[in-house]
Design a protein around this ligand. Structure first.
Ligand SMILES: Cc1cc2nc3c(=O)[nH]c(=O)nc-3n(C[C@H](O)[C@H](O)[C@H](O)COP(=O)(O)O)c2cc1C
Length: 481
C-alpha cells in the first residue's frame, strides 16, 4: 500500500537506508540545493538518497528534498510497490480512479495565518540555483480550478517568491493551470490558486502526470492509494487541498497584474528564459504544527524532477495506449530518466500486429504527449537497458525507411533550447519516431540454444566462476535462442 502521509513515507525510506538526515545547520539560500546538485551530478542512481536537512538557519522547519525522486527505488517506496511494479501500479490507478472526499478538520490547517500576518519568509523556501535564480522558488504542487466546470487541476509550475506577500508562478500559455486561471480572469474575477507542500506521496507523484484537460490528478492519486484522498476547503479561496499536507499557501491571481518571472535553473540543463507572468497575492499560509518543508530538486538533469516525471508519465502512457487507444499489443513503456517525462525520449515495447503498426503507435505517442523522441522496439528488448535498445537500433532500424519526422509542433513551455525562440508564444519544434522493430523474420539469434546455455550455467557454477544475476537482456535473448 502506498504511504498515506509524507511522514510515513520518509520513515519507510529511512528504514531502507534511502534517506539521510543532515544535522549541520544549513543556509536555505544555497546549501540544500548545492548539496543536492552534487548528489545528482556525482552519484549513480543506486547510491542516491533523499535529503532531510534538520537544522535550517533561522527556522524551526526542516527542508526535505529528493526523497520522492532520488531513484526508481525511492519512487517505488513512495507508492509501496517494487520498482518493476511501477507501471502496473499507474495502469491500475488510472483505470480505477477514486474521487476525493471533503473533510472538515485537517492537519494542514492546525495553524492558520491570514491577512497582514502572512509573510512568505516564515517558510524556509530554498534558492535552487544559487548564484543564478532570481529568488527562492516554490517547487511543489499548484492547485487551480476551472470556474465553469468546477474541476480542479494539479500541476507543478515553478513559482518565484516576489516579496513577503506575492509570488509569480510560471503559468505559461497552453498549460492547464493557465487555462484554469483564464476562466476567472477573462470574466474579470480573481482566480483562486494554492500551493501544497508535503502532501501524501501519491498526490505528489500523480501531479506530474500529463492528463487530458478536465481530468483531475487527485482522482488517480486516490486510485493509487486505494481510498479517496481527504481534502479540506481552503481558508481564504474557493479550492480544496489535501488535508494531510504539511503546508498550504493560498492566493488570488487578479486580472491584469503581471511581473517578470525568472531566471530559474531548468530541467533541460540551462537557465530558463525570463518572461512576463501573472502575479499572485498570498491570502493565507496554513500548516501542521511543526511542519516539514518539501521542495523538488530540478535544474541540470538527472534530477528529482526528471525522475518523477519519467516514471509517472510512462505508466500513464502505457494505460492510455492499451486501454484508451486500443493497443493491447503495447507491453511496456519507459521514459529516459536523464531528461524527464516532458520533451524527452520514450521507448515503447510492443508486439506489432500488422505492417507499420509500430510506426503508428510511435506517432500516437508523439501526438498525445510532450515526448520529443519516440523509439518503438519489439517486446523481446529490455527497454530499460540502453545497450539492448542500442542493439535493436543497430540491427532492426533502417533510418531512411523507419523514421517519421513530425513538423510544426508547438511546445507550450519555452525550456528546451533546441526549440527555443525569442518569445514563448512562438516555440515551434519537431518530433521524431524511430521504428526499431523487426520487419522480416531474421532467423534465430547467434547464441547456442537455451538447453546448452542452461547446461553451461550449471558448468559455470560447478567450476566456481564468479556469481552473477542473469540480466533481463540475456534472459530475453536466451529464451528465444
Ligand atoms: C520541479 C518541477 C518544476 C516544473 N515546472 C514547470 C513549469 O514551470 N511549467 C510547466 O509548464 N511545467 C512544469 N513542470 C512540469 C509539470 O508539472 C507537468 O508537466 C505537469 O503535468 C503539468 O500539469 P498539467 O498537465 O496539468 O498542466 C515542472 C515539473 C517539476 C517536477
Amino acid at each position: 500500500m502506498t504511504h498515506h502521509t509524507m511522514r510515513d513515507f520518509l520513515a519507510a525510506l529511512e528504514q531502507k537506508g534511502l534517506l539521510r538526515r543532515i544535522a549541520r545547520p544549513v543556509d536555505r539560500m544555497w546549501e540544500p540545493a548545492a548539496l543536492a546538485k552534487w548528489m545528482y551530478q556525482a552519484l549513480p542512481e543506486e547510491k542516491r538518497f533523499g535529503m532531510y536537512f534538520e537544522n535550517v538557519k533561522g527556522y524551526k522547519i526542516p527542508i526535505v528534498t529528493a526523497a520522492l525522486g532520488a531513484s526508481t527505488a525511492a519512487y517505488a517506496t513512495a507508492l509501496g510497490v517494487e520498482p518493476e511494479g511501477i507501471n502496473d501500479a499507474w495502469v491500475r490507478a488510472c483505470r480505477n480512479p477514486i474521487p476525493p472526499k471533503v473533510v472538515d478538520r485537517a492537519l494542514c490547517q492546525e495553524v492558520v495565518v491570514t491577512g497582514k500576518d502572512v509573510r512568505l519568509s516564515t517558510l524556509p523556501i530554498p534558492v535552487w540555483t544559487p548564484g543564478k535564480d532570481k529568488s527562492p522558488y516554490l517547487t511543489t504542487i499548484t492547485v487551480t480550478r476551472d470556474r465553469d466546470t468546477g474541476i480542479q487541476n494539479m500541476g507543478v509550475y515553478r513559482t518565484m517568491v516576489r516579496d513577503e506577500t506575492s509570488v509569480v508562478p510560471n503559468l505559461a500559455p497552453g498549460r492547464q493551470g493557465y487555462i484554469n486561471t483564464l476562466t476567472w480572469t477573462d470574466k474579470d474575477k480573481a482566480a483562486p490558486i494554492a500551493w501544497v507542500i508535503a502532501a501524501p506521496p501519491a498526490v505528489h507523484l500523480a501531479t506530474v502526470a500529463n492528463l487530458p484537460y478536465g481530468a483531475d490528478e487527485i482522482d488517480i492519486a486516490g486510485g493509487m492509494m486505494g481510498a479517496p484522498v481527504a481534502m479540506v476547503k481552503c481558508k481564504t479561496v474557493d479550492l480544496v487541498v489535501p488535508a494531510d499536507a504539511e503546508i498550504v499557501i493560498e492566493g488570488e491571481l487578479h486580472p491584469g497584474e503581471t511581473d517578470m518571472e525568472g531566471p530559474f535553473g531548468e530541467f533541460a540543463g540551462y537557465m530558463g528564459p525570463v518572461d512576463r507572468r501573472p502575479v499572485v497575492r498570498i491570502t493565507a499560509i496554513t500548516h501542521r504544527k511543526n511542519p516539514i518543508y518539501y521542495g523538488y530538486t530540478s535544474q541540470m538533469p538527472p534530477s528529482e524532477s526528471t525522475t518523477i516525471q519519467s516514471l509517472t508519465n510512462a505508466g500513464v502512457l502505457l494505460k492510455t495506449l492499451r486501454y484508451d487507444l486500443g493497443e493491447p499489443g503495447v507491453t511496456d513503456v519507459f521514459i529516459d530518466q536523464t531528461f524527464g517525462g516532458l520533451l524527452a525520449h520514450a521507448i515503447i515495447a510492443m508486439k506489432p500486429g500488422y505492417p507499420a503498426h509500430s510506426k503508428k503507435v510511435g506517432r500516437l505517442v508523439a501526438a498525445m504527449s510532450p515526448i520529443k523522441r519516440v523509439t518503438v522496439v519489439d517486446d523481446d528488448v529490455d527497454i530499460r537497458d540502453h545497450t539492448h535498445v542500442e542493439w535493436a537500433m543497430n540491427s532492426r532500424y533502417n533510418p531512411a525507411r523507419d523514421t517519421d519526422l513530425i513538423n510544426d509542433v508547438y511546445f507550450p513551455i519555452n525550456m528546451d533550447p533546441s526549440v527555443r525562440s525569442r518569445t514563448s508564444e512562438n516555440t515551434m519544434g519537431s518530433k521524431i519516431v524511430c521504428d526499431a522493430t523487426l520487419k522480416i523474420d531474421a532467423g534465430t539469434f547467434s547464441l547456442p540454444p537455451k538447453e546448452i546455455m542452461m547446461k553451461a550455467l550449471d558448468l559455470w557454477k560447478e567450476i566456481g566462476l564468479p556469481e552473477f544475476e542473469i540480466p533481463k537482456r540475456a534472459k530475453l535473448r536466451i529464451d528465444r535462442s
